[in-house]
Design a protein around this ligand. Structure first.
Ligand code: C5P
Length: 232
């Protein structure tokens, strides 16, 4: 897999999701299925999107005791997904258990990345709510090193941190970056944002774009603009 734009399909139902995906005639975008859609529709939504020829990032952000995460990843490993994730705050032991569970009997597994700090959290909130006194850069890169030690393929972080992560963990360690906005977009609840072109310049491997595409009048045009700025 190379650089790609992943669309966050944060819809409430399969019906809405397919109405959205049907607007794409020639492309088969890489799709992110999050908690809202997965909880509403269950594993069948993943199977159907795969049948339609899309790659799937199943964004369920697992965070629990290692044994529970391992067993849950064992269930997810039976779906033909391309990428999934855990929270790095679950610890190295939990991330190792996640890999164990996700690895299929034939040795294959989807890519596994760890969420560092959500892109809706800024340094002030991290200090106030989580009592974390270190800088965002130190926290994110420390979590990235933990994920690397556990054997994961990369992290989810803000594009603002992608270059620090690559400097520390190597270029092959993936950075999947939500919090992407065009200059004219509303940031919504996202606090650490960048444009697709900036994310490319800084070395992100995948950008995750939700509302700027899904809420657009012409989602296909906005998707193509993301691809042009980030991939081409
Ligand atoms: O609509 P928007 O572009 O903000 O969507 C970003 C997507 O990326 C959402 O689905 C959100 O759950 C996800 N995400 C995030 N920050 C992270 C991890 C995932 O925004 N750290």
């Amino acid at each position: 897999m190379g650089k790609d734009v992943i669309i966050a399909c944060d819809f409430a139902s399969a019906e809405e999701t397919f109405a959205f995906l049907d607007r794409f005639e020639n492309e088969k975008p890489f799709v992110k299925i999050g908690m809202e859609l997965f909880y509403a529709e269950g594993p069948e939504i993943v199977r159907e999107i795969k049948r339609r020829g899309h790659k799937v990032f199943l964004d369920l952000k697992l965070h629990d005791i290692p044994n529970t995460v391992k067993n849950s990843m064992g269930v997810l490993s039976k779906l033909d997904i391309d990428m999934t994730n855990v929270h790095a705050t679950g610890t190295i032991a939990m991330m190792q258990a996640a890999i164990e569970g996700l690895t299929r009997p034939d040795g294959t597994r989807p890519l596994l990345v760890a969420v560092t700090q959500l892109t809706s959290t800024d340094e002030a909130t991290m200090k106030k709510d989580l009592l974390i006194e270190r800088s965002m850069e130190v926290v994110v890169t420390h979590y990235a090193m933990n994920a690397k030690r556990a054997g994961l393929d990369g992290v989810v972080c803000s594009p603002k941190e992608a270059s620090f992560v690559h400097d520390l963990c190597g270029k092959a360690f993936l950075t999947v970056t939500p919090g992407v906005r065009f200059p004219e977009d509303d940031a919504g609840d996202q606090k650490r944002v960048m444009t697709p072109a900036e994310a490319k310049a800084i070395g992100s491997d995948y950008i995750v774009v939700g509302r700027p595409i899904t809420q657009a009048e012409d989602p296909v045009a906005v998707y193509r603009r993301c691809v042009k700025d980030f991939v081409d």
